[in-house]
Write a protein that binds this ligand. Structure first.
Ligand SMILES: NC(=O)c1ccc[n+]([C@@H]2O[C@H](COP(=O)([O-])OP(=O)(O)OC[C@H]3O[C@@H](n4cnc5c(N)ncnc54)[C@H](OP(=O)(O)O)[C@@H]3O)[C@@H](O)[C@H]2O)c1
Length: 267
């Protein structure tokens, strides 16, 4: 933000839970939402956005980005299937991209790298400060405790979440793997059912809970013989993710093209 001029953001996935949380929180964060983008066939297209706040001008949900809206940052919280379109939109309009969409595959991560050659890009599986710290602590604990402690990651989310394990659980798994000098691809155990046999040494196990309206809970467990360390984060409101993403949007505008991490803005 420069001298009281709010950063102008377009939101992709504006009708979703996170999209609505972002629109509510933007004025408090000093940002102006100038476009609320929904998928092309959405019944919301053309409907007035509740809580919209674009310099006092009411806003309608829209399926296309109006270049005259003057957005400089695209904030995407949509769906993995809609993600390629969000990246193309940011690159096509020369907008910085802040995305929290999860369930991305390897190709889509490479797409982000590619986009980062043209525009500034910040993608994070979780925009809360607490989780950023948890990732750091998990890496340290994995390194210090060593192979005598079995690492398990347990996550819980609301019944409507579509991807599993959560992007945050995977990021925590990567952190544990880094701490042990291995990779998640080598160590992950995503499913256990039936006659599994004993636990494989060095495995990083995942367990997934889905139910009700749980916003997001993650535990990294290090189970040793005779003792157990558990590091837990609980989000009780989506507003915490919205606040982190809006902080990232305010931070990234005007930066050179490149791939940024959430740690860059919290540092
Ligand atoms: N990084 C973080 O901190 C964090 C935190 C919370 C959630 N998330 C992630 O953020 C994403 C959204 O979460 P949510 O809880 O808000 O989900 P949600 O309520 O299902 O919202 C997703 C929105 O994306 C829209 N969408 C789907 N296809 C689209 C397209 N082609 N173009 C534009 N919009 C499209 C959906 O529209 P329709 O309903 O019309 O299909 C819906 O409004 C998920 O991937 C979730 O895992 C990340």
């Amino acid at each position: 933000m420069t001298a009281g001029v709010p950063v102008r953001i377009a939101i992709h996935g504006a009708g979703g839970r996170m999209g609505r949380a972002l629109i509510r929180a933007a004025p408090r964060a000093g940002l102006a939402v100038v476009a609320a983008l929904v998928r092309p066939a959405s019944p919301l297209a053309g409907v007035a956005v509740p809580d919209s706040h674009a310099n006092g001008v009411p806003l309608d949900y829209s399926a296309a980005l109006d270049p005259d809206a003057g957005a400089t940052v695209l904030v995407d919280f949509s769906h993995a299937e809609a993600f390629d379109a969000a990246v193309a939109l940011a690159v096509g309009h020369g907008l910085a991209l802040v995305s929290g969409t999860t369930g991305l595959d390897e190709r889509q991560q490479l797409l982000l790298d590619d986009a980062a050659r043209r525009v500034p890009v910040l993608w994070a599986a979780n925009f809360s400060l607490g989780v950023a710290l948890l990732e750091h602590l998990a890496e340290i604990a994995a390194a210090r405790l060593g192979p005598g402690f079995d690492a398990e990651i347990v996550e819980a989310h609301h019944r409507l979440k579509r991807d599993a394990p959560s992007g945050t659980a995977l990021a925590l798994g990567e952190a544990v793997a880094r701490g042990r000098g291995t990779t998640l691809a080598e160590a992950a155990a995503f499913a256990r059912h039936g006659q599994t046999g004993a636990r494989r040494d060095g495995e990083i196990g995942f367990a997934v809970v889905r139910g009700g309206d749980i916003v997001g809970e993650h535990t990294v467990m290090f189970a040793g013989v005779g003792e157990r360390l558990e590091l837990t984060h609980r989000a009780t409101s989506r507003d915490v993710f919205a606040a982190g993403a809006l902080r990232a949007a305010a931070w990234i505008g005007g930066r050179p093209a490149g791939r940024y991490r959430l740690a860059n803005i919290f540092d």
